[in-house]
Design a protein around this ligand. Structure first.
Ligand code: ATP
Ligand code: MG
Length: 529
């Protein structure tokens, strides 16, 4: 381990190794691995000159731009803790992240700076602000381009070494905020080892899947990955960015998710892998203009982060011929804990896969007192080197969630005989109707199976005697029709009567989602008056 420590400094050195290979493509900006490493080293020295030392927080608030991975590695390779902030957040939300993390140096893009500037006074720990893509001179801040230049010019930077800093695998590396689906976002404090674990896991899992299919392990040819989900979530950063760097792949970023633009990029750049969250896969699949593009280079469409209807995996295989993949994880586990693809996934379309080699799973009773047998639904607990230390400056929530190395996930799930995991619902979303449990995903999946339904969410409505009753919000494919009664009958033909939604509302738009593709269920109750 001495020569191959699991830390992000070692991973950054891969940039040297892959040299002139293409690292990043964004519009007409292209950055090679060597050029990226030069920019990382240069910015790391600049951070040191601004007084950034081990353990200091460096926040990163920007869209998926080529400078994102430069800032991330410049901070973490000198032992600072990088705090990626949600680019969808408003000014006050960003200010919350900055003050909660005690950020000392902030790097943001022009658009974020416009939102943060007036709240700077609420974040007294901030000493330096560096803004990228700013037309003029930002007030009270430096321009990133004045330090490292523009992405196309990284190649002309002098070759430098990273500043000398000792980093142990257990040192803090990141604070990622949870999506805030069930409450205020919590900062998950991750170590260098947590982040590196994912790289090993995904490689090992992919190889096992090939073995199960009885195929030959393919030669390591660099792949092109279209990264359309935001890097400020662990899925894109850890499973996407880290994994691609380890493999020497090329990453392609988009300014903003747009299916047509994605088709154009896939055709032009011959993209091999894309996905991220189930919504993205649906949108690629169902877009009427898909057939006008040559998407034959696509080998895999993988996603996670939110429930995926079994219908999706079948369609991807039929329509694209590409390998579908699904993985389960959470911010507290630095992404992937379970995952499977291809035949494994097609055979178990309602599962998110078996645990990765280094993870253990168990299903516990609601009160956490006993482990439940195979097949029973209870709370999913996960353990392994990817589980973070705890929540930043939140000892109560940490003590509640992290127990003896296990993280209590808050998800309800079951395991089958062979260890494959099936997520039923979030504990907080499960509906209890007069003592009967109703798991959202079971009912949502039946609705998705209806030919007209393209988006569905089950929520609980308060009921005086029963406590709660299930209701659904659906979105229908353009040009199709289905009535409330018809959909209720559709569910009643397939599931027990108590699971049939008592009301079904129709949404003209696709359902509201957060940046990570999760339906915002708490915003839907209003549709029932
Ligand atoms: P918060 O904890 O702040 O309420 P969050 O749990 O949505 O927000 P994340 O850490 O981004 O924040 O998401 C983790 C959750 O996403 C899991 O607990 C699970 O409910 C859901 N999830 C992740 N992957 C999958 C998957 N493959 N299938 C179903 N659900 C998934
Ligand atoms: Mg959560």
């Amino acid at each position: 381990w001495k020569n191959a420590p699991p830390n992000l400094r070692a991973l950054a050195m891969f940039g040297r190794m892959y040299g002139e290979r293409e690292f990043m493509i964004y519009d007409d900006e292209r950055v090679t691995y060597a050029a990226w490493f030069q920019a990382v080293a240069k910015l790391a020295h600049a951070f040191r000159e601004h007084g950034i030392a081990k353990g200091d927080r460096v926040a990163l608030a920007m869209r998926n731009l080529p400078e994102w991975p430069v800032v991330f590695f410049a901070a973490t390779t000198i032992g600072a803790i990088c705090v990626p902030l949600n680019a969808w957040w408003t000014g006050p939300e960003l200010a919350y992240g900055l003050s909660d993390s005690g950020t000392k140096l902030l790097v943001c893009d022009d658009e974020r700076w416009e939102r943060i500037a007036e709240h700077r006074g609420d974040c007294p720990a901030i000493e330096t602000v560096i803004v990228s893509r700013c037309e003029g001179q930002p007030e009270g801040a430096r321009r990133l381009e004045d330090i490292i230049g523009k992405p196309n010019d990284y190649k002309s930077l002098d070759t430098m070494e990273l500043p000398e800093v000792e980093i142990a695998p257990e040192d803090d590396a990141t604070i990622f905020y949870t999506s805030g689906t069930t409450g205020r976002p919590k900062g998950a404090l991750g170590t260098h080892r947590n982040l590196c674990t994912n790289i090993l896991s995904s490689g090992y899992n992919a190889a096992c899947a090939v073995l199960r299919r009885g195929e030959k392990i393919p030669d390591p040819v660099p792949k092109k990955g279209l990264t359309v989900i935001p890097l400020f979530h662990v899925t894109a950063c850890s499973a996407g960015l880290m994994g691609n760097i380890a493999a020497g792949n090329t990453l392609i970023f988009m300014y903003k998710w747009d299916p047509i633009e994605a088709f154009q990029i896939i055709e032009r750049e011959k993209v091999n892998v894309t996905g991220g969250v189930p919504t993205i896969a649906w949108q690629l699949l169902e877009h009427p203009e898909r057939k006008n593009y040559d998407l034959s280079s696509l080998e895999a469409i993988a996603y996670g982060g939110a429930p995926a209807a079994p219908e999706l995996v079948r369609k991807i295989r039929e329509e694209f011929g590409a390998l579908p993949g699904n993985g389960w994880g959470m911010t507290e586990t630095m992404a992937t804990v379970t995952g499977h693809s291809s035949e494994d996934y097609l055979n178990r379309p309602d599962s998110c896969g078996p645990p990765v080699a280094v993870a253990d799973l168990k299903i516990m009773s609601e009160d956490g007192s006993r482990e439940l047998p195979v097949g029973e639904i209870g709370e999913l607990w996960a353990r392994g080197p990817m589980v973070v230390k705890g929540y930043w400056k939140n000892p109560e929530a940490t003590a509640e969630t992290f127990v003896d190395g296990w993280v209590k996930t808050g998800d309800l799930a079951r395991l089958d005989e062979e260890g494959w995991c099936y997520i039923a619902d979030r504990a907080k979303d499960m509906i209890i109707r007069g003592g009967e449990n109703i798991y959202s995903s079971e009912v949502e999946n039946v609705l998705y199976d209806h030919p007209a339904v393209t988006d569905a969410a089950l929520i609980g409505l308060p009921h005086r005697e029963l406590g709660e009753e299930p209701a659904a919000v659906v979105h229908l494919a353009p040009g199709t029709q289905a009535s409330e009664e018809e959909l209720q009958e559709w569910v009643a033909d397939r599931l027990a009567k108590f699971k049939v939604p008592v009301k079904i509302a129709f949404s003209h738009e696709t359902l509201p989602r957060n940046a990570n593709g999760k339906i915002l269920k708490k915003d839907l109750a209003g549709m029932f008056g």
